[in-house]
Design a protein around this ligand. Structure first.
Ligand code: ASP
Length: 446
C-alpha cells in the first residue's frame, strides 16, 4: 500500500502542528511520501509564510526595506527549530536567502523558500530523507510539467526511500532555475507524485474534515460528504467549494487514484473520498439523494428577445462571440423560444456591460434586451438523483411553499446536477430549504 500524503499550510503552521503531523505519519507505515506546503497561519492575525515572501519581494521592487518582514519569517522558523529541538543550521539557511534579497532577484526562488524551509524542518523531525522539488519536479519552457523527466527523477530519487519529504509548490525549469506553480500549487505536487508512484490513495491533509453537504456558515452542523465523484466535485467547485487546486485533480484522476481530504486537527475523522466511480462503495452504503448543495451570489442575467431567432442558424453564436470579445466567461445560457439569456458573474461585466449591450444592439437588433442583477445560483449535485423521480418537482413545490421565486432552472442532461437561480436575498433561505427537505428529512427517516 502506497499513500502520498500532502500537508497544507495550516497543518505545519507551528511546532504544535508538526507534532500532529508526526502522529499522523507514524500511525501508518504506508505514509512514506510526504509533501508539504509552507507554514500557514497560526491564528487569524498571523500571516502565511508565502504571503510574507511575496511581500518581501514587492518591498524590494519598490525600494523599501524588507527587513521587518523577513524578520517575521526568520522568527517563525527559529521557533519551530528550537521548539522541536532540530539541528538544521537555520542561521545559515536564512543568511543564504537574505543575501539574495536584492533588486532583480528571482521572485520564484524567493517565494519557494517557504516550502523549502518547511520541508527541511519536517524531514528532520520525521527522520525522513529530504528531496528538493527542484531535483524532481521539472517544467518545460512552456510552463507545463515535463511528466517524462519528472517521472524518471521521482522514481530515481524517491522510490527507494523509507520515508521522504518533498516541498510542494515549486520545481525547476530545464536550465535549473526555480519556478513556482500558481497559489495552492502544493496540491499539484502531491498529485503528480501520487501519479508517478501509482499510489493507492492521495491524502490531502488540511484544516477541514473533508467537504460538507452545505456551507456551515448557512447550515448548522451540516453532514460530511463521505464520498464524491470527480464529476460531482466539478459541479460543486465551479460554484466556489474550493478546498483543492483544480489542476490537482487530473494527475490522480487519470490513474484512478482516489483523493482523501483529511483534517490534521481531527485525524480520526475519515474525511471525504473523491473517486472516479463510487458505485462499489455505494452498493454497500447507499448515498444520500443529494451529495452537496453549493452556490454563489451576484450574477447578472442579460436577456435578449428577438422573434424568429430560435430558427436562425448561428444566432446564439453571434451573442456569445460578443462576450468572448470582452473576455467574459459565461456561467450558463438558458434558452427558450426566441429568448436567450446569458448568465455571467456581475463583477466580470462591471466595467464593460454598457459596451456589451451596445454591441448586442448593433449586431442582433433585438426586440427587447434586459439586464437583471442580484441573481444567486445554487447547484444541487447528486449522483443518486438519477434513479429518483420527482426531485425537481419536490424542489419546485418546496420553493413555492416557502415563497422563493425561481428565476432560472437548469438540469444537466446527465442528471447529476440541478442549478436554480434565485434573488440574492433568497440565497440562504433557499439553501436551508433544500437541506431540510432533502437531507434533514432523510436523516430523520434513517
Ligand atoms: N504556499 C503556497 C501558497 O500559499 C502553496 C501552497 O500552499 O500550496 O499558495
Amino acid at each position: 500500500m502506497i499513500k502520498v500524503t500532502k500537508f497544507g499550510g495550516s497543518s505545519v503552521a507551528n511546532a504544535e502542528q508538526f507534532k500532529k503531523v508526526k502522529g499522523i505519519i507514524d500511525s501508518d507505515p504506508a505514509r512514506k511520501f510526504i509533501v508539504t506546503s509552507a507554514c500557514g497561519k497560526e491564528s487569524h492575525e498571523d500571516h502565511k509564510i508565502t504571503d510574507l515572501l511575496y511581500l518581501c519581494e514587492a518591498h524590494i521592487r519598490y525600494g523599501v526595506s524588507a527587513d521587518p518582514i523577513f524578520d517575521l519569517i526568520t522568527a517563525k522558523y527559529m521557533n519551530i527549530k528550537n521548539e522541536l529541538g532540530l539541528s538544521i543550521d537555520m542561521e545559515y539557511e536564512i543568511t543564504r536567502i537574505r543575501s539574495q534579497l536584492s533588486y532583480g532577484m528571482s521572485q520564484d526562488y524567493l517565494v519557494s523558500r517557504g516550502e523549502y524551509l518547511t520541508a527541511r524542518c519536517l524531514a528532520e523531525y520525521l527522520n525522513a530523507d529530504f528531496v528538493d522539488a527542484a531535483d524532481v519536479i521539472i517544467f518545460r519552457y512552456d510552463g507545463e510539467i515535463d511528466m517524462e523527466r519528472t517521472h524518471d527523477l521521482i522514481l530515481e530519487k524517491c522510490a527507494n526511500s523509507k520515508r521522504v519529504v518533498i516541498p510542494g509548490f515549486y520545481g525547476a525549469m530545464p536550465n535549473g532555475s526555480i519556478r513556482v506553480m500558481s497559489r495552492g500549487g502544493s496540491d499539484i505536487t502531491g498529485s503528480v507524485i501520487a501519479n508517478v508512484l501509482n499510489a493507492d490513495v492521495y491524502e490531502n491533509w488540511t484544516d477541514v474534515s473533508g467537504f460538507m453537504v452545505a456551507d456551515p456558515r448557512i447550515i448548522k452542523n451540516p453532514l460530511r460528504i463521505p464520498r464524491i465523484t470527480y464529476a460531482e466535485l466539478r459541479g460543486m467547485s465551479y460554484m466556489g467549494a474550493n478546498v483543492l487546486h483544480d489542476d490537482a485533480v487530473f494527475p490522480v484522476k487519470s490513474k484512478n487514484i482516489p483523493i482523501n481530504i483529511r483534517n490534521t486537527n481531527e485525524p480520526d475523522n475519515p474525511g471525504t473520498m473523491i473517486m472516479n466511480d463510487c458505485s462499489e462503495m455505494d452498493a454497500k452504503e447507499p448515498p444520500h439523494v443529494l451529495t452537496g448543495i453549493t452556490g454563489r451570489k451576484d450574477y447578472s442575467v442579460i436577456t435578449v428577445v428577438k422573434s424568429h431567432s430560435s430558427t436562425e442558424v448561428g444566432f446564439l453564436k453571434k451573442i456569445l462571440e460578443i462576450f468572448e470579445e470582452y473576455h467574459v466567461s459565461i456561467e450558463s445560457v438558458p434558452v427558450t423560444v426566441d429568448t436567450f439569456s446569458v448568465i455571467v458573474q456581475t463583477r466580470a461585466v462591471e466595467s464593460c456591460i454598457y459596451e456589451i449591450i451596445g454591441r448586442i444592439k448593433k449586431v442582433i437588433q433585438p426586440d427587447d434586451l434586459k439586464v437583471e442583477e442580484h441573481l444567486a445560483l445554487i447547484a444541487i449535485v447528486g449522483r443518486a438523483m438519477k434513479s429518483v423521480p420527482g426531485i425537481s418537482g419536490r424542489l419546485l413545490s418546496e420553493f413555492g411553499r416557502n415563497q422563493i421565486n425561481i428565476k432560472v432552472i437548469n438540469q444537466s442532461s446527465d442528471e447529476l446536477s440541478i442549478v436554480v437561480g434565485v434573488d440574492n436575498r433568497d440565497f440562504e433561505k433557499a439553501i436551508r430549504c433544500i437541506y431540510d427537505k432533502f437531507v434533514r428529512s432523510e436523516e430523520k427517516k434513517a
